[in-house]
Design a protein around this ligand. Structure first.
Ligand code: URP
Ligand code: ZN
Ligand code: ZN
Length: 474
């Protein structure tokens, strides 16, 4: 006879990427042990009473305690960032171990483990950021790290301290092809941005809102096309991160139509913010929404919604990049209102990612609940080699679950659990919020309180990607 169940969630409306079924969920030793009707009594019983239960979210693009050039410092470390994740229904995060130019990649990974060890409240894996692809990195460090479970890395086409030229990108993509790793690409044309920034500065146009003028859509479109071409030359899949609007989407549809394995990610800021949020006058408050690529306009938001609905996008991540607004280490470096080119890029959103998409996407009738699960959990798990342990509700999978409350929520920064002093979504009215988050069978958010035992998150070694671009969305 098998051991008793630790917990049974009864009367769940369980949603996976493929199905919605009404059943009980039996949990033993942190895993899903049984799915069915009238399961035996568990040591703990939770009545979900017809509420929707989804797999815990996987936030496959977030930045936590990533080393920055002083005085800038991220507001969230692994403690506060993963606390916030848990309260927003996310049970796995994949932030970035970033190589500094001139330093080793292995050293970045060792340092990042120290930052996470004992502090994370949800499970975590690491992407790498390759900023200096030396011979040693290409032939030894990167292949070894991939084999040790760091199977994805991000390459930047912009930012002086991170960007690679096309030849360097080809070198790293060749390693991805040989080793079966997933390359993520930040696609913006660095030279166009630098040229436009110089012109804007010369004209005295340095308020936060001019950030979006320095990075128009064509800058992203050109780099997206180039990234696709470099991937085609090497014959390797890539995933284009934080896609912001129509022209980049058109490039990805074109590539998919040619049969290329181009995956794509978008983020809530491209659904819920526009360039107007960076300011319609020269107010410095627009710094709160300075991120790259910048949010576009309402018609581009619709293009992103269409791509979520029709299968173009593979994943929806937060790109949580937590900088305080009123802080010399944040959006006011050194305590001053600086020209846009010196404002730390990125906005917070690790806790709001799932509620925003569930409320406005699922309950707003724009995507199905199954597509919601696919975008926020199942496909991130497959793209980064964590499936089927993560990303689904199936016998044998980790019991990472969210029970959803359908209720009106007035979003305010005061209710969030990150360490950032603002949310760009202040005052938005939502129709749902996670009523319970469970990590490997333990309740970490009960709908009112963060309830995690300190540092309960485990490090995950990733396997190889197991995903194909969807047949739709061309
Ligand atoms: O502005 C952004 N997206 N900041 C975070 C870093 C990145 O490029 O993803
Ligand atoms: Zn990026
Ligand atoms: Zn990012």
């Amino acid at each position: 006879m098998s051991a008793p169940l630790d917990c049974v969630i009864r009367n769940a409306r369980l949603a996976t990427a493929s199905d919605t079924v009404d059943c009980d969920i039996g949990i033993r030793a942190g895993r899903i042990a049984m799915l069915g009707d009238s399961l035996p009594q568990g040591s703990r019983e939770i009545d979900a009473a017809g509420r929707t239960v989804t797999p815990g979210g996987i936030d496959a693009h977030c930045h936590l305690d990533q080393p920055m050039e002083p005085p800038v410092r991220m507001a969230d470390n692994f403690d506060t960032g993963t606390r916030s994740a848990a309260c927003g229904g996310t049970t796995t995060v994949i932030p970035f171990a970033a190589q500094a130019k001139g330093a080793s990649l292995k050293a970045a990974v060792a340092d990042y483990h120290q930052r996470a060890d004992g502090k994370a409240h949800v499970d975590y894996a690491f992407h790498l950021i390759v900023s200096d692809p030396t011979e040693a990195v290409l032939t030894a460090e990167l292949p070894a790290l991939i084999r040790e479970g760091y199977t994805s890395f991000k390459l930047y086409m912009t930012y002086d301290d991170l960007k690679l030229d096309d030849g360097q990108i080809l070198d790293v993509l060749a390693v991805a092809r040989r080793e079966g790793a997933m390359a993520m690409i930040h696609a913006e044309n660095a030279d166009c941005i630098a040229w436009l920034t110089k012109k804007l500065e010369a004209a005295g146009q340095t308020a936060p809102r001019f950030h979006s003028h320095s990075r128009p859509m064509l800058v992203e479109r050109e780099a997206t096309h180039r990234a696709i071409s470099l991937a085609e030359l090497i014959d390797v899949p890539i995933l284009i991160v934080h896609v912001s609007g129509r022209e980049a989407v058109e490039q990805i549809r074109w590539a998919r139509g040619r049969g290329l394995k181009i995956f794509a990610e978008t983020c809530p800021q491209y659904l819920f913010l526009t360039a107007a949020d960076l300011g319609i006058d020269d107010s410095y408050l627009g710094a709160k929404c300075v991120c790259s690529p910048p949010p576009r306009d309402a018609s581009n938001q619709q293009v992103i919604w269409d791509g979520l609905a029709d299968g173009l996008f593979t994943v929806l991540s937060s790109d949580h990049a937590p900088f305080n607004y009123d802080d010399p280490a944040g959006k006011k470096p050194g305590g001053r209102e600086v020209p846009f080119a010196y404002i730390p890029n990125g906005i917070p959103g690790i806790e709001t990612r799932l509620p925003l998409l569930y409320s406005e996407g699922v309950l707003g009738g724009r995507i199905t609940i199954n597509r919601f699960v696919e975008l926020t959990s199942t496909q991130p798990a497959k793209a980064y080699g964590l499936h089927p342990r993560k990303g689904t509700i199936a016998v044998g999978s980790d019991a990472d679950l969210v029970i959803w409350d359908h209720r009106e929520v007035l979003l305010s920064n005061a209710m969030l659990h990150h360490a950032v002093d603002y949310t760009p979504y202040e005052g938005m009215s939502l129709r749902a919020w996670p009523g319970l988050t469970m990590l490997r069978g333990q309740i970490v958010w009960d709908g009112k309180q963060f309830t995690s035992p300190a540092g309960g998150g485990q490090f995950l070694r990733c396997g190889m990607p197991s995903i194909l671009p969807s047949g739709v969305g061309h």
